[in-house]
Design a protein around this ligand. Sequence first.
Ligand code: PLP
Length: 360
Amino acid sequence: MRREQRNKNKGGSAPLKTIDLRSDTVTRPSVAMRRAMAEAAVGDDVYGEDPTVRRLEETAAEMTGHEAGLFVTSGTQGNLVCLLCHCRGGEAAILGNQSHIFNYEGGGMAALGGILPLPVEDAGGLPETGAVLRWVRPANVHFAPARLLCLENTHNREGGNAAAPMAFRKLVSTAKDHGLSVHLDGARIFNAAVAWDVDVKIYTGLVDSVQFCLSKGLGAPVGSVVCGRKDFIEKARHWRKVVGGGMRQAGVLAAAGLVALRDNLARLAEDHENAAVLAERLEEGDHLSVEPCPRRTNMVYFGIRKEGLTAEELALRCRLKGVLFNPVGPKRVRLVTHLDVSRSDVREAARIILEEAANR
Ligand SMILES: Cc1ncc(COP(=O)(O)O)c(C=O)c1O
């Protein structure tokens, strides 16, 4: 279901296909998803009466190695609800300075939870153990006590890198040994599992809470699931209501999530291969420098070496040729592959990007 646009600039009828690399959130629900949504059995989920939501929550819990799950509206809401469960106002959470929670979630933890963010460098994806432990300080009237470590895998701003399972395990275990709970922002945790060819529980089974997104590479239109212990999820259900996330006949959405988990997990490997092809092609140009990524998934970041050419300008030029992407800095660009982008699309996108970068 690729989008096609009329190329009005040329005044003709030749269709110009749009190759949308802005994010893996831009996918449209498949026919099977739409059918499942239309046919979903539903009830009032705030009363716990929606059988499809329950099935999604049970499926997610089982897949991630947890006792229970909770369907939430978004990744941001999932992360916020978990933070509100782990920390009280005046307590602190350690998190990466490049993390999504720290940079792109409106400061919800501080605004709504009074939780102090303690940032640590997470270049490469995972923070250094030493940096984390520096925030684990003895009880003292001066300090907001650190209760939680938040990790992100795959790591969006760090190239979509998938953390190595061993390094992840070590960090989680050290954090726990020092009395911290661990939350995983696993918006794209299935991409990480596919990239390392491991069961997702290798990551999710270690942490106290995880949120993963159905609406990104998995291709569902809406939603995330939070997983954790039963008592944690009961608490999370309360906080979800507080932040306005109690939904009623949400089975129509959960049904799409179930199809996403059934149909779209294994195919994430295709997105990763397409991103690798894209990176390889872009490396051929003189004006761009593709950022290396130790374990690439579905993202490619590149810098623009060419003097006078900004990411905004390149994005605008490529947009006119039907290739969409987001500038993420004055000279930095992110490209994301997903199920609505094929191998020939990435080849064509690379050709156009290289051509437009060379043009002056
Ligand atoms: C790593 C990460 N966490 C959380 C989110 C938030 O998800 P949502 O857009 O569903 O709120 C995103 C969104 O892109 C993300 O990349």
